[in-house]
Design a protein. Structure first.
Length: 137
């Protein structure tokens, strides 16, 4: 099994580099402090994580993507994955934010008809991905 791990970070993560060395794992890291500037000493890619996706070994007919991070980043990564031919049904997103009571009573984590704490926190993108573009969500 081939696993491409595409990581966007505000700092280089040595731990992930070590893990990649011990597994069948292709690790691609895009470090960004600002949109176009990395921390001193970083020699890898700089920019948004979606910029690395075209280099991943992605066969849309036999691939699954799991995306977590800030919702604005997930919105752009979903669009990048769709441009590469990966259907939303093969993409899973983590909505682990905005939970309060953790049992679906307070409504704080409601995402359309779903409650993140009760129905998630991981959802298929075709079920909730469209909501990432709604500012109030």
């Amino acid at each position: 099994m081939l696993l491409d791990y595409v990581l966007g970070s505000t700092r280089a993560i040595g731990y992930f580099q070590t893990v990649a060395g011990h597994c069948q794992l292709t690790l691609m890291i895009a470090e960004v402090v600002d949109l176009d500037r990395a921390a001193p000493g970083w020699t890898g890619d700089v920019g948004v994580v979606g910029s690395l996706l075209p280099r991943a070994a992605l066969d849309p007919s036999n691939a699954v993507a799991m995306v977590c991070g800030p919702e604005v980043m997930m919105r752009f990564v979903l669009a990048d994955l769709q441009r590469l031919g990966l259907p939303e049904a093969a993409t899973w997103i983590s909505m682990e934010r905005n939970m309060h009571c953790a049992v679906g009573l307070c409504g704080h984590c409601q995402l359309g008809p779903a409650f993140v704490c009760r129905d998630g926190p991981v959802f298929r993108a075709d079920a909730v991905g469209w909501m990432l573009g709604i500012k109030e969500v």
